[in-house]
Design a protein around this ligand. Structure first.
Ligand SMILES: [Zn+2]
Ligand SMILES: [Zn+2]
Length: 149
């Protein structure tokens, strides 16, 4: 889905809730839809302020809350106390691996792991509709630095 379609979906969601769109909120949402990382509120604030100095943290916070409620953004917590947001992956679901030293986040998708998860759930009588898998460790760069130190 391209950013324009997402904006349409967002305004449909908002009018369903009786909310009016504002130019600040639209700009924040549009900026977010054009990102392809796991962006924190601080980082997004920095981006939107480059053009609109008047935008405050609270507006970014509320906009991203709205986007996650509408299903247009996924909120993630990777253990560093920051909430990060990412766009819905175009290629479907993925999982994350996070470096505990430099906080680099990589994504992976492994059909075997996905199948094993469903199998494990099924044995317990559950049907999985959603899951979050996060692996924590050292990225290749940090592992090398550790050895050199
Ligand atoms: Zn690292
Ligand atoms: Zn991701």
């Amino acid at each position: 889905m391209n950013p324009a379609n997402k904006m349409e979906q967002l305004s449909a969601y908002m009018s369903g809730k009786g909310l009016k769109s504002t130019s600040q909120r639209d700009y924040i949402a549009d900026t977010f839809f054009r990102t392809n990382t796991h962006i924190s509120l601080e980082e997004l604030l920095g981006k939107v302020r480059r053009k609109h100095k008047g935008i405050g943290y609270a507006t970014v916070y509320r906009t991203m809350k709205l986007l996650s409620e509408s299903g247009l953004a996924l909120s993630r917590q990777f253990g560093d106390g920051q909430t990060r947001y990412e766009n819905l992956p175009a290629d479907g679901h993925h999982d994350h691996i996070i470096c505990i030293k430099c906080s680099k986040i990589a994504e992976f998708h492994n059909p075997k792991i996905e199948a094993l998860q469903s199998e494990a759930a099924k044995k317990l009588g559950y049907t999985v509709v959603n899951h979050k898998m996060e692996l924590y460790g050292y990225c290749a760069d940090c592992a090398v630095k550790d050895r050199e130190a």
